[in-house]
Unconditional design. Structure first.
Length: 285
């Protein structure tokens, strides 16, 4: 028998690297089945609901399992997503990317017509599901190279009442095969070239398929190369990028999309982590 307050202080004493404040909050919400922090505050001095699950989660976390995998789910803005070790844990930078994309897409198209959006390398489905819920009249497609990853993304789409069409395949290839024309491409592809730069905890636990690329710009180039074949008259492209990729990506834009407008954007820590490209038709149609 223990109250939420007692568990909170017990968790505070655990190694802070493994259980920080946001992890404590996630654990207490999970074991009580609460949807919000305010619910936890309201029931702080009451018995915690599922102590067996609490013990199970703590032993996994203390063994080095990231909190989101130990819980089996993770928040992504207002979504709650199932995460298994097959999928990357959705990151706060990616929340910034989708909020930025939502703003630009709505500015460009708000309510005008059906907008076709593709999330390439969808992982948990975080980007695709969020945009499907937030962009009025959106038809959202999502692809990944891994069938195991897609199984998780599909579960997440159902769990979050989202209608997404999923394709298994390499980058834009499914869209070329299906002859799908898109208004928006968004992607957070693998972009880490040197595995020694990856945090041990990430390297040991998260899927390398989601992380590694050689060169770092490999997957961006694969998308740039095929943009003309999948675009309508205008296409908007949004990418999460690694730090220090601005130079290499600028060269690739000039090579494959020479007339496109593009902007690099910084994240809340001042690091250049996002790329927005607007490409207008100039040869075809
Ligand atoms: C960095 S993760 C991003 C996951 C998710 N979109 C997110 O932002 O949380 C990259 C994803 O790309 C997928 N991937 C890797 N190589 C791919 C390829 N050649 N074609 C399509 N997807 C690929 C991985 O399986 C992984 O799910």
């Amino acid at each position: 028998m223990a109250s939420n307050r007692e568990l909170y202080f017990e968790l505070k004493k655990l190694v802070p690297m493994k259980v920080n404040d946001s992890a404590i909050k996630l654990i207490l919400l999970d074991i009580n089945g609460f949807a919000s922090f305010s619910e936890l505050v309201k029931h702080f001095d009451e018995q915690a609901k599922d102590l067996d699950r609490y013990q199970e989660i703590i032993s996994r976390v203390m063994a080095g399992v990231p909190i989101q995998y130990a819980l089996g789910h993770a928040p992504f803005l207002e979504l709650d997503l199932i995460v298994t070790p097959d999928v990357l844990i959705p990151r706060p930078e990616t929340e910034e990317l989708v909020l930025f994309a939502e703003k630009i897409i709505n500015k460009e198209y708000l309510g005008q017509r059906e907008i076709k959006i593709a999330d390439i390398g969808t992982g948990s489905g975080a980007i695709a599901i969020f945009l499907n819920k937030r962009i009025f009249k959106s038809t959202v497609f999502a692809s990944d190279i891994s069938s195991k990853v897609l199984a998780v993304a599909k579960e997440n789409a159902i769990k979050n009442d989202s209608k997404i069409t999923f394709y298994e395949g390499n980058m834009l290839i499914p869209f070329l095969q299906e002859k799908i024309k898109l208004d928006v491409i968004i992607s957070n592809p693998p972009y880490i070239e040197d595995e020694t730069t990856i945090d041990d905890n990430v390297f040991l636990n998260e899927p390398h398929l989601a992380l590694l690329a050689k060169p770092a710009s490999q997957y961006y180039e694969e998308i740039f190369k095929n943009v003309h074949a999948v675009m309508k008259k205008v296409i908007l492209l949004f990418f999460e990028i690694g730090e220090n990729m601005e130079g290499a990506l600028t060269l690739l834009i000039k090579k494959y999309l020479p007339l496109a407008d593009y902007e690099f954007h910084k994240d809340i820590y001042g690091k250049t982590r996002f790329l927005y490209i607007r490409n207008d038709t100039y040869e075809q149609e």
